[in-house]
Design a protein around this ligand. Structure first.
Ligand SMILES: [Zn+2]
Length: 429
């Protein structure tokens, strides 16, 4: 049995000081140090905060290889951003590049305390088998948890996209599962949606909705209805579906999302970077839609999005108290609950019966810290300068004293070689 000792625990619900945590792959016991029974392997957590491993509820691993990529880029709108950057990149990804982008993205996640991700994937050269490559890198080789899907889009072979989603979603474990991925209304014809609808069953979908006004306008012009109405008319709003962004949805759409048991993944940093606007959280709150936080593949450190969503929503909703830290905690816990439910595990608490997905972050509080103000310390102090020291997932130590327990150098040099090949294909295309 392993143990964390002298731990100060904050798990988005309670704050406890001077604790021990006994664990193997699961947390077996949490108690006060005065009653510590001893353990075979001890990690001293003095002067750190112990938190659950963090989660990213909407990301794109393929964005990893965009770093430093040189393409001519002068977008006038959101579609230009897709055409000039993302569709060029994902169109040239094959299985090998998918695998290596997964490895380096996963390593960066572990360094920033993220132990579970929900990914939305696309790779134009190899569609079939691509989700297995992501699972292999993220879950099998690194030991993280991942929920994957392939973003079906009319620019790809639809049958292959459908097969890839359905095939991957057939299996699941405590570490991985599949959803049914779709890019966005504006890249999916009625024929494609009908096709998906006839085979999807009750698999939850994962799709971008109303990320930009282009998507909304396209849907009204071509189909004379709102995007969520269109998805609903095809019977695609399965329970537990993830509807990403929803920056420009209306009340009717919010109601449909709520009624069908779907969730919204908000990605405020990416929305600001793409200059597409910001979602109306007050409307989501009014319809009691469970919302979660993602980063849309923009970087890795999810605490930047935890910070930005608070700042962005205060600004968007025109009031310094319209979105508060309780709203953020609520969103973070929604994410833990969602991933726990999809994978059939308990994550997100440092408590008996939960998976041992844990991180430690050195923190020396400059003012008194207690259960009433713990999240204030974490938000303004810890997230602001976020450097986890150790990361565990399912009790496996993935980073100790800031050093990953896998051979990072060879992964990064291999990944860099693969990125170079991808860039070459893009420039020759
Ligand atoms: Zn996205």
């Amino acid at each position: 049995m392993k143990a964390l000792t002298n731990a100060c625990i904050f798990d988005f619900q309670s704050f406890k000081e001077n604790c021990y945590v006994l664990f193997d792959s699961e947390i077996k016991e949490v108690g006060n140090m005065s009653e510590f029974p001893g353990a075979d392997e001890i990690y001293d957590c003095s002067e750190t905060i112990v938190m659950p491993g963090l989660i990213n509820c909407h990301t794109h691993i393929y964005s990893t290889f965009s770093r430093g990529m040189n393409v001519s880029f002068d977008p006038k709108d959101f579609q230009d951003i897709l055409d000039q950057l993302w569709w060029k990149l994902d169109g040239q990804l094959d299985k090998k590049s998918v695998y290596y982008s997964g490895l380096v993205y996963g390593c960066e996640c572990i360094k920033t305390g993220v132990t579970s991700i929900i990914d939305h994937h696309a790779s134009g050269i190899d569609i079939k088998g691509s989700l297995e490559e992501l699972k292999k890198s993220i879950c099998d080789d690194l030991g993280m948890r991942g929920i994957f899907c392939f973003e079906t889009s009319d620019r790809f072979n639809i049958e292959e996209c459908i097969d890839e989603n359905l095939e991957f979603a057939k299996n699941k474990s405590e570490k991985y599962a599949g959803l049914f991925g779709m890019h966005a209304s504006m890249s999916l014809s009625d024929a494609t949606l009908k096709n998906i609808s006839s085979v999807i069953g009750d698999t939850p979908i994962h799709i971008h909705v109303a990320e930009s006004k282009d998507d909304v306008k396209d849907c009204h012009e071509k189909y004379d209805k709102s995007i969520v109405r269109r998805l609903n008319d095809f019977g695609l709003l399965n329970n537990n579906s993830i509807i990403a962004h929803c920056v420009h949805i209306n009340e009717e759409e919010a109601e449909l999302i709520a009624q069908n048991g779907c969730r919204i993944a908000m990605n405020p940093t990416s929305n600001m970077n793409n200059a597409v606007g910001l979602a109306d959280y007050e409307m989501f709150r009014k319809f009691k839609i469970p919302c979660m936080v993602g980063n849309d593949g923009l970087g890795v450190n999810i605490t930047r999005d935890f910070l930005n969503i608070v700042f962005a929503m205060k600004n968007r909703l025109n009031g310094p108290t319209k979105f508060n830290l309780d709203d953020l905690i609520h969103m973070i816990n929604n994410g833990y609950e969602y991933i726990s439910n999809i994978l059939g595990v308990n994550i997100g608490r440092i408590e008996k019966g939960y998976k041992a997905d844990m991180i430690t972050i050195p923190y020396n509080p400059p003012t008194p810290m207690n259960s009433d103000n713990a999240f204030g310390h974490v938000f303004f102090g810890v997230f602001d300068n976020f450097k986890p020291r150790d990361t565990w997932c399912s009790g496996k130590c993935m980073m100790k004293d800031y050093k990953l327990t896998v051979d990072v150098d060879s992964m990064y040099s291999q990944a860099s070689k693969e990125a170079e090949k991808v860039w070459k294909r893009i420039n020759e295309d």
